[in-house]
Design a protein around this ligand. Structure first.
Ligand code: COA
Ligand code: MG
Length: 311
């Protein structure tokens, strides 16, 4: 059973107190960050602190990842080597920022091959690719297919906005007040493209964080939109955001009951040799059943649904 990745908390690498706090939070994935939340002069210290946290803290079954610096910086290559060599056993995946080209994934994957051969065993380390530029979005299908280590594609909203020259509408540039300058959803195409590329390779699609951590209603709206578009989870930048994200990305009791009703009605229709059936005045067919089955299976994996009753 794969652990859910609904909420992913970004935790600055140079703040060990925050590592502690994250290790006890209700989050699905803790992402220790070496990139943009860490000031330049704290980069080496953050790397050391992250390796120590990975090895020493009791993560109580939580998935732990590390966002390294990009390969276009002086830090990225050493982040990858140090973290994978010195704390690889505790590390679920490395998150690579600003992936513009599949070469970044090939490079990381080959280095991890060598590190794992030297280590001799243990679970393979995954790779998560953050797509945050026009070039990355252009090359997204090749990036998604670049390595069997890939776990997810992640939308980097603020850097992507900067890359394409979109206007800054809120203080943080992370998803707030978008509707004030664009009717509908400003990131519909970008997120839809990312979801399609991810799902075509059986990867998870993960949405960017919401920057206003004192606005649970705005967070809920942003998370609900990306969930509706097919995303599996969303980054958080503050512990107060975790509960909302977990709730939005979990099937609700109403959705689970609806899925069960469809599956039961389909079972009855199938016995009568029907290819389509009516439930509450709506048509259901095999595509409806696939949707319902997917939701039911997700609910079962999360322990939210009982096994189907024997007829
Ligand atoms: N991970 C773990 N703990 C966090 C946290 C995080 N991302 N953000 C806040 N906390 C902790 C604080 O340390 C504080 O703990 P305490 O009660 O033990 O002192 C508690 O949660 C409440 O924090 P609060 O005072 O509300 O916020 P703050 O002013 O300390 O921090 C931010 C606000 C935005 C600076 C902080 O949330 C942060 O650094 N977030 C992550 C930023 C990031 O990773 N950016 C890159 C990703 S795109
Ligand atoms: Mg970014």
């Amino acid at each position: 059973m794969t652990a859910p990745r609904r909420s992913i908390l970004s935790v600055p690498g140079h703040r060990p107190r925050m590592h502690q706090k994250a290790s006890r939070s209700a989050v699905d994935v803790v992402m220790l960050d070496l990139e943009d939340s860490v000031p330049l002069d704290a980069k080496p210290a953050a790397r050391t602190a992250v390796i120590k946290a990975l090895n020493d803290l009791d993560w109580q079954g939580r998935t732990v990842t590390v966002r390294i610096n990009g390969f276009d910086t002086a830090f990225g290559f050493r982040d990858l080597l140090a973290v994978a060599q010195e704390a690889g056993g505790a590390l679920s995946s490395v998150v690579i920022p600003k992936v513009d080209d599949p070469a970044d994934i090939h490079c990381a994957s080959r280095l991890l091959d060598g590190i794992e051969m030297e280590r001799g065993g243990g679970a393979p380390i995954g790779i998560e690719a953050t797509i945050e530029s026009a070039r990355g979005m252009q090359n997204i299908a090749a990036i998604a297919a670049a390595s069997p280590r890939l776990v997810s594609l992640v939308f980097g909203i603020a850097d992507y906005s900067a890359s394409i020259g979109a206007r800054l509408v809120s203080i943080s540039g992370h998803g707030e007040a978008e509707e004030q300058i664009y009717p509908g959803h400003r990131w519909n195409f970008a997120l839809g493209r990312l979801v399609m590329a991810a799902k075509a390779q059986d990867l998870l699609a993960i949405d960017a964080p919401y920057g206003n951590f004192r606005d649970p209603a705005g967070l809920e709206r942003a998370a609900s939109i990306s969930c509706a578009l097919g995303c599996d989870g969303k980054w958080a930048i503050h512990p107060d955001q975790i509960e909302t994200i977990n709730r939005v990305f979990s099937p609700s009791a109403e959705e689970i009951a609806r899925a069960r009703k469809i599956l039961d009605a389909w079972e009855a229709a199938r016995k009568q040799g029907l290819g389509a059936a009516a439930v509450d005045g709506r048509m259901i067919d095999q595509a409806t059943v696939r949707l319902a089955q997917r939701l039911w299976d997700q609910a079962r994996r999360m322990g939210l649904a009982r096994p189907a009753r024997k007829p």
